[in-house]
Ligand binder design. Structure first.
Ligand SMILES: Nc1ncnc2c1ncn2[C@@H]1O[C@H](COP(=O)(O)OP(=O)(O)OP(=O)(O)O)[C@@H](O)[C@H]1O
Length: 640
């Protein structure tokens, strides 16, 4: 069964496209999968189960990111001051050394000479020490901030039940790694150096105004060009190229994951060459953009050097004209070179900023979403409804695209507490879509979908999985222990409850035979388990989570007929009597005790009733029942 809305979601009433589908969250570790407050629904496709609203694009991504830096503001200001002190020490070193060179020949008084020599040494050593301390301070602050940002980004990615169209695990990985690095670069390469450069420019102007006021004008002009005009030009030249690079990096990361995880399938279908060519084309495009950026950078840097030389010459001429002494003129000329060079850091910062904007916007978008680590919504935020009336669908219509036929067309369904309802029907009939409507991941175009009398859409996304959830299509098994996988939907449980859920899923004997027992690691995506074991582990997880409305999507897929019958019976028997069950199944055995069976075809209910009535009337159900019985009788006759 396909996960509903795998690439694009249905069209909600306003015509806006609702993105939905399964987005693989980064493979969880034991710590990563538990979720917060047990709100993660058992068995849901990773990242598709629960969590925050779809993040809106942040208008000022830098501000969103910088707002997170508030706890580290003092450290960042300290780093900025140290960076400014480093630049000023460099400027003072150049000026003092120049003064020394020019005046030494005139034999100035020894104490003055000694002070100048000691200053040069102190500034030379001090500059290195200051730079080192600044790096320590800025990295300390930034690494602390990155820890917070990464945790928030991970939380937001894991919480997404409505990922952006086309996004997948490689993209998520890229967001978690390279986009978050953009936050580091924003502070270390943009904010701190830019603040230091602005500081140096102001102080250099003040110093020049004291030595030779007339020279202040050309210096101010040079500093404006270097610190304002060139950065603006640099951003204008790099912006478009840089904007294309962040998503391209995301696509490349996705390519890498597809090529490694999908290597066997690509090889089996002879598609490896094409996939490699497509990835190489993207890598080539990225390299071309990088080259273009480097070329632009080279041109802007060259212009900066030119501006620095011209400003220095203009200061020199103006100072000479205003009658300044030889040593002062020399100090001003060299000091100007140092000041403009320091200010040119703003050009580098602007270029960096232009390149970081894409990544920052993507991070800010996620940071703007409420995270899994946010405190649960206050009491009362869950809608109060008609307690205990259960799930209801009234005349529900779902359409994925306006031009498409409806995936669900006028569905009426009532699932009161304790009800046992089954959904059957051919492939593409709309079964997953219906589950998507009940879990709030698919928005109907019209009709009503309610839980206890309240529209499902009114439930906070974090809350809904506590009421409706279970084993959904393509349940993800995490690279963690059996116990951690089992407890995904619960904070902690009694070991007896865990054993009961595993027994119902026919997996208790297996886990007890393992040398590491409940701590057995199941491998990435449950690679160390068979397909049937993976499905049963996901089923046990759903049974343990036991939301009052349990959805079971093909819980016995991959099991032989005898095991399938046994596991389904055990699973249903293990549930509390008031738990309502909606079972999606291709296999019609075991449905005899169900209160109602709906047969869907092309989005419509074509048959509904109890098993005995449905097999007695002509139609899809009876035909399929007979065909399955004949096939299984044949299978059982030859199986040991
Ligand atoms: N994300 C989507 N975008 C566009 N169309 C979709 C999407 N998801 C499902 N559909 C379409 O909606 C219809 C119902 O699909 P759905 O996955 O609900 O069927 P299903 O009964 O669960 O099928 P199966 O048993 O094969 O999983 C199909 O025609 C399918 O192509």
């Amino acid at each position: 069964m396909t996960p509903a809305g795998a690439d694009r979601g249905p069209v909600p009433p306003g015509g806006a496209v609702h993105a939905d589908g399964a987005d693989a969250a980064p493979a969880g570790t034991g710590a990563g999968i538990a979720g917060a407050g047990g709100t993660v629904v058992a068995g849901a496709p990773a990242g598709a189960a629960t969590g925050a609203a779809v993040p809106r694009p942040a208008r000022r991504p830098e501000l969103v990111v910088l707002r997170m830096a508030r706890p580290y503001l003092a450290r960042l200001i300290g780093a900025g001051l140290l960076a400014a002190a480093t630049e000023l020490a460099g400027l003072a070193l150049m000026a003092t050394a120049t003064w020394l060179l020019i005046t030494a020949a005139d034999l100035p008084p020894l104490p003055v000479l000694t002070v100048a020599i000691v200053s040069v040494r102190a500034l030379a050593v001090g500059r290195g020490v200051l730079r080192y301390t600044e790096r320590l301070a800025s990295h300390d602050a930034v690494l602390r901030l990155l820890t917070d940002v990464r945790a928030r980004v991970f939380g937001a990615l894991a919480a997404r039940r409505t990922p952006a169209p086309g996004s997948h695990s490689g993209d998520a990985l890229s967001r978690l790694v390279s986009d978050v690095d953009a936050v580091q670069d924003l502070l270390i390469r943009v904010v701190v150096p830019a603040a230091a450069a602005a500081c140096v420019a102001v102080l250099a102007l003040a110093g020049t105004a004291v030595i030779a006021p007339a020279a202040g004008l050309p210096l101010a002009a040079g500093l404006l060009v270097a610190g304002l005009l060139l950065p603006v030009v640099a951003v204008a030249l790099t912006r478009r190229t840089a904007d294309r690079m962040a998503p391209l990096r995301g696509e490349l990361a996705a390519d890498a994951i597809d090529l490694t995880h999908g290597a066997a399938d690509l090889a089996a279908f002879g598609a490896t060459g094409d996939a490699l060519t497509a990835a190489a084309a993207r890598a080539g495009e990225l390299a071309r953009l990088e080259r273009r950026l480097a070329l632009t950078g080279w041109a802007v840097d060259g212009t900066g050097v030119l501006v620095s030389g011209l400003t220095s010459a203009a200061v020199l001429v103006t100072a000479l004209r205003s009658g300044a002494g030889g040593a002062e003129v020399g100090v001003l000329a060299v000091g100007t070179l140092a000041a403009v060079e320091a200010t040119l850091a703003l050009v580098v910062a602007a270029r960096q900023w232009a390149q970081l904007r894409g990544g920052l916007a993507r991070v800010a978008e996620l940071l703007s979403a409420p995270s899994l680590t946010d405190p649960p919504p206050p009491a009362g935020s869950t809608p109060e409804g008609t307690a205990g009336t259960g799930l209801e669908l009234r005349d529900v219509v779902v359409r994925y695209r306006e031009s498409d036929a409806p995936a669900l067309d006028g569905i009426d369904l009532s699932i009161p507490p304790g009800a046992r309802i089954a959904l059957a029907g051919p492939s593409g009939a709309g079964k997953s879509t219906l589950l998507g409507v009940l879990t709030g991941t698919v928005v109907p175009e019209s009709g009503e979908a309610t839980l206890d009398g309240v529209p499902i859409a009114a439930y906070p996304e974090r809350d809904l999985p506590r009421h409706v959830g279970g084993l959904l299509a393509e349940a993800h098994v995490f690279h963690a222990s059996v116990r951690e996988n089992l407890l995904l939907g619960r904070d902690a449980t009694d070991p007896a409850e865990q054993a009961a859920a595993m027994r119902a899923a026919d997996l208790l004997d297996w886990v007890e035979e393992q040398p590491d027992g409940w701590d057995t690691l199941v491998g990435e995506e449950g690679a160390k388990l068979s397909g049937g074991q993976r499905q049963r582990l996901a089923l046990a997880r759903a049974l343990l989570a036991a939301p009052p409305h349990l959805l079971l999507d093909e819980p016995t897929e991959g099991l032989d007929p005898r095991a399938a019958d046994r596991v389904l019976r055990q699973a249903l028997d293990a549930l509390p009597p008031r738990t309502a069950v909606l079972l999606v199944t291709h296999r019609l055995r075991g449905l005899a005790g169900f209160d109602e069976i709906l047969v869907l075809d092309r989005g419509r209910v074509i048959q509904r009733g109890r098993h005995d009535d449905l097999i007695a009337q002509p139609g899809w159900y009876a035909d399929t029942w007979l065909a399955q019985e004949a096939a299984e009788r044949g299978y059982l006759a030859v199986s040991p």
